[in-house]
Write a protein that binds this ligand. Sequence first.
Ligand code: TXE
Length: 496
Amino acid sequence: METTGQQFIAGKRRSGTSGEQYEVINPATGEVLATDTLAGPEDVHEAVAAARAAFAEWSRTTPAERSEAMLRWADQLHARSEELAQTESRNAGKPIRLTRGFDVPGTIDNVRFFAGAARNLEGRASAEYSADHTSTIRREPIGVIGSIAPWNYPLQMAAWKALPAMAAGNTVVLKPSELTPLTSVLFAETAREAGIPDGVLNIVTGSGPVAGQALITHPDVAMVSFTGSTAVGRQVAAQAAGSVKRVHLELGGKAPFLVFDDADLEAAARGAVAGALINSGQDCTAATRAYVQRPLYKTFVERVAALMDGVRLGPVDDPDTDMGSLISLRQRDRVAAMVEAAREGGATVVRGGRVPDGPLGRTAHYEPTLITDAAQDSAIVQQEVFGPVLVCLPFDTDDEAIHLANDTPYGLAASAWTTNVFRAGRASREIQAGCVWINDHIPIISEMPHGGYKASGFGKDMSAYSFDEYTNVKHVMTEITGTRHKSWHDVIFTSR
Ligand code: TXE
């Protein structure tokens, strides 16, 4: 069990000062991984002050200097990758195969990408857009960024929030979820080992209503970047409005998965199972609503059910385990209640829909679940479940498929499965989501943006597009003729 603190402020690891004790739990076993005191407003204040002090120097480093530091950071993370994978697996209840193959390498790749991207901040060409002036564009860091991250991919979310901000010359105070602070603290520790100055990346582990609030409303925080539920995202936006802070919100999703009658059925069934069960379904882009054209529907449901039967639940440190636990008993009960409500509303639970028997049933596990016959307007189809639950429904026409895909408040990700180029083109254009996959679902890359439409929020994580969130664009206009009475003065006054 760890005894060291879960705060990382001005380069030092320590405990919080709120007086509120808490335990970091392995949700797959119930084991206590660490005990600590949560951050209170004082800790947030100290972290913001450290970030503010560090901004003066970090914002003046050259892109090449930031890039070099971040490349060393990637090497440091790589050297500690097994420790990171084990810690992430235990803290979030993820199978070790997932953290070794996805969470950790994805994070390292993200660091390397932003090390490169730091040297390529773009703007319009300098030119004389007015004959007498040269216009240039400066992209400037904003200041101290307050980032609030969720528990589903603790390390990757810390990276997605911190990296573009830091690459652009900002400094960061990151609040991980109090459920999953361990790898965020390691992430900051490795940054220090790589020579990134103290105060550039700070971690405050506290609750949303206390530490989160203190961060959002802090006068020295210039921008708030949040990933979490739509309900909390609304509060974040409202509170940030008080001090006119820039806000970036990634608020989850309810991804549709359209299978047209010309699709490769086996590829689609495998894609649906992987896309629905990744990270036990606690993924904002997870496949949650499979709409299948009538001729394929019955076979698709049978094939998905058969594939789900082969998914192995088990200890997260066993490389043969396919699916781990949910993040907490609370989340498991929330998922179970949503499935129960669907069942009571007339839906058919084809597979799963229950807590597993035996020891796994005592912790936060839930069986892979396939649901059919749910009403389009029911909660299981409309709301984010954030568990290993796939709803499968039939459709007849292409118009209906597109309508159903867009028929929830969310718009983060979607996929269309077809061998017809025109159907693929129509789906890419007409589905209202920040990402549309064709013949796949989930792959994510550092070079491309991730972010929502509609109630999934706004702003982009990853890719060069994320610099639009974390920089101010300044226009500098220089008069180049030296004329005292400019020609445009004539519209104001004409005296010579
Ligand atoms: O999320 P919260 P919860 C969705 C998913 C899940 C549901 C609830 O549907 O079932 O949200 O999960 C911090 N001021 N997503 O309750 O509360 C909190 O400490 C400031 C989707 O855990 O949104 C944590 O750091 N901060 C999502 C972060 O917000 C506050 C990932 C997210 O927690 C706060 C996670 C407040 N008042 C859940 N209240 C995605 N987009 O991927 C909480 N927080």
